[in-house]
Design a protein around this ligand. Structure first.
Ligand SMILES: [Zn+2]
Length: 190
């Protein structure tokens, strides 16, 4: 996919993606008041629901119980921490996406998973905000020996027992909330 260079100028205030729909994608009719949900074209009745897209996130711990955090190489959240994961493809299960994303991103093979929780997220891409539902899983991997970063996406990694300092540096609040839930559950079992 080739992306056009963004026009220079002051960054725009983030807007919901639905406000970007200025014309009906089916018949080209101009939209009188962009931003309505669902989108219904006045001319041809073409309808679109701006439902959140789904994504998965993985919490993987080393034998000492330290959590694998990734340093994001790109915006949104460049330089901040994230959990391995990504968007679920159409036709894919959340579990398949979990396996695929963890393998693609850090070359680790997920052998088992436990569903933890879901949290809403927002993905700000050049000023337009996409609603996302993040689903989090606690995973086990074959071994961390193969840990290797996919080119370009991730700048580094950090194993730690997440404390306030790390939690504050999470790129997405949904990731922070998932970690907090994980730590809360783990402390109950200690
Ligand atoms: Zn139309």
């Amino acid at each position: 996919m080739t992306l056009r260079k963004p026009k220079s100028g002051p960054p725009q205030k983030p807007r919901p993606i639905r406000k970007a729909w200025k014309f009906c994608p089916h018949c080209g009719h101009p939209v009188e008041k962009p931003g309505r949900h669902p989108f219904v074209c006045m001319a041809c009745e073409f309808t679109h629901f701006f439902a959140p897209v789904s994504a998965v996130g993985a919490i993987a711990t080393d034998p000492d119980g330290q959590v694998l955090l990734l340093v994001r190489a790109k915006d949104p959240g460049k330089g901040m921490y994230g959990l391995p994961g990504g968007f679920i493809d159409a036709g894919e299960t959340a579990e398949e996406a979990l396996q695929r994303e963890v393998l693609e991103e850090v070359q680790l093979e997920v052998t088992s998973h436990r569903y933890l929780a879901s949290f809403p997220n927002e993905y700000n891409y050049r000023g337009f905000v996409l609603p996302v539902t993040d689903m989090f899983f606690v995973v086990e991997v074959v071994s961390f020996d193969a840990l290797h970063l996919a080119d370009g996406e991730i700048a580094g990694w950090h194993f730690c027992h997440p404390k306030k300092r790390e939690l504050k540096r999470m790129a997405f609040q949904s990731n922070r909330r998932a970690l907090e839930e994980f730590l809360k559950q783990r402390s109950r079992h200690d």
